[in-house]
Design a protein around this ligand. Structure first.
Ligand code: PLP
Length: 461
């Protein structure tokens, strides 16, 4: 279903407006005034997008890991419209709304353990930022003002606010920004593919855990407030830690009263076949889970965190000591966003989306694994409907070479021509399609990706 126009202007006029006036995230400043290679999208349906020239594309990254139920869902669009007409806004500073109340209950019901209070924000960055601000607040109220360090991982990604950018360990996002690094401490990424040569996976796990424990001891447990981690490092290239990693780290956190924040902005809302992945896939019940993206399938912005009753009760009620958790946004728990999220959850339930992901994910992973026979492919990894195909020109390299850091872009260009969007991250092609994807569409996606990798291989001959 290609809808040609969403504007009174034609494609060329829109492109000119963007070139002359629009600043995009990750803008290569030397290319400001060009599109920097970015296409302009016009319409979408299910797992497909049409660009403004009418070119049809299978959306491999699912927007940006967010279009869970696919594009053009009428129930979500209708819920947005109905709520906008009923009550388009209420101030969360002095009032409540029905959709926010209902959604907080739904999320509490499917969060693990005693995580049963929800704080809403406007997206993933503000969700993680708010969770980190809660850690500061918590330790100050508890009379432990030194317990402030946040331990996070190289190659992790947590957002674009001042604090979450500081906690994001991806080198490319850092130059020329003054990051709020004062209380941030990085440990290495659980990158099994690039682990030190000669180390088994079990030894690598011990090495990672020892690294975390050593960092806690070096900083001093009384100075460490939280461990912040994605269950798997998504933007880092779908880095899945060795089994047992999270549980062992959580054990150390518990020993030292360090809060464990599981950043499920990507893994939440069905991506791994469950509402949240922390417990069902990674065997932990953290203290706080952050979410965004899939909560509305990307239809409107929303994020938040869900927090453990035990943790919250230490600084509320009788223990509140007159404190106010003053951290909020004009659009916290926006009624239209919450109505969209409730409709999204209804679509999940109506169409058995979690079951569908659990059924189809093994096929998706199997098809991606078939690409491993290509000479340019160094590693294929994934879980649920998250996958990464990493290209390497020299298998002996323990780090991506300068050439390899550009290779996924080359693959992406051929994919685009062939009708597929992939997310190129350095040497890695990352895929996280809408959760409604079918086997035939997976075949189409993997076929175009294979053909594109082969074309890049041929160029290297
Ligand atoms: N946390 C994780 C794990 C993410 O992947 C992202 C974004 O991709 C964020 C937080 C930030 O979310 P947002 O872009 O909605 O602010």
């Amino acid at each position: 279903m290609y809808i040609e126009k969403g504007s009174q202007w034609n494609a060329a006029e829109l492109e000119t407006a963007a070139h002359e006036h629009l600043i995009s995230p990750a803008e290569e400043m030397a290319k400001l005034g060009t599109s920097g290679g970015r296409p302009m999208f016009a319409s979408a349906d299910g797992v497909y997008i049409w660009d403004n020239r009418g070119h049809k594309l299978l959306d491999g990254p699912g927007g940006m890991w967010c279009t869970q139920v696919g594009y053009n869902s009428k129930p979500i669009a209708d819920a947005i419209s109905a709520q906008a007409l009923r009550l388009c806004y209420n101030s969360p500073w002095y009032s409540l709304s029905g959709p926010a109340a209902e959604l907080s209950k739904r999320i509490s019901d499917f969060a693990p353990g005693d995580l049963n209070h929800v704080f809403f924000t406007t997206g993933g960055s503000s969700a993680v930022d708010s969770a980190l601000r809660f850690v500061q607040f918590y330790n100050n109220v508890l009379g432990r003002p030194t317990k402030k360090a946040i331990i996070c991982r190289i190659d992790g990604y947590h957002g674009s606010t001042h604090l979450t950018a500081a906690c994001s360990g991806r080198a490319g996002n850092r130059p020329n920004f003054d990051l709020a690094l004062e209380n941030v401490s990085f440990i290495s990424a659980p990158n099994v593919f690039r682990r030190p040569k000669g180390m088994t996976e079990a030894q690598f796990l011990d090495h990672l855990i020892a690294g975390f424990e050593e960092r806690v001891n070096t900083l001093g447990p009384d100075n460490v407030g939280a461990f912040l981690a994605e269950p798997l490092l998504a933007s880092g290239g779908i880095l899945i830690p060795p089994k047992g990693y999270h549980a062992r780290i959580l054990e150390i956190c518990r020993k030292h009263d360090i809060l464990y924040i599981s950043d499920e902005v990507v893994t939440g809302f069905g991506r791994c076949g469950h509402w949240f992945a922390s417990e069902e896939v990674f065997d932990i019940v953290p203290d706080i889970i952050t979410f965004a993206k899939g909560v509305t399938s990307g239809y409107v912005p929303l994020g938040g965190f869900v927090i453990s009753d035990k943790v919250l009760s230490r600084v509320s009620g009788e223990n509140a000591k007159g404190s106010y958790y003053t951290n909020g946004y004009t659009y916290s728990g926006h009624p239209v966003s919450c109505a969209a999220a409730l409709a999204n959850i209804e679509v999940f339930e109506r169409d058995n989306i979690l079951e569908h992901v659990r059924d189809i994910a093994p096929y998706f992973q199997e098809k991606l694994q078939e690409l491993k026979t290509l000479p340019l492919v160094g590693d294929v990894r994934g879980t649920g409907l998250l996958g990464c195909v990493e290209c390497v020109t020299n298998p002996e390299d323990t780090e991506a070479s300068e050439f390899d850091k550009q290779v996924a872009l080359r693959v992406d260009r051929y994919c685009y021509e062939g009708g597929l969007i992939v997310r190129p991250i350095g040497s890695m092609c990352v895929l996280s399609p809408a959760l409604i994807i079918t086997k035939e569409q997976i075949d189409e996606m993997v076929r175009i990706l294979r053909d594109s990798i082969v074309k890049v291989q041929d160029e290297l001959k």
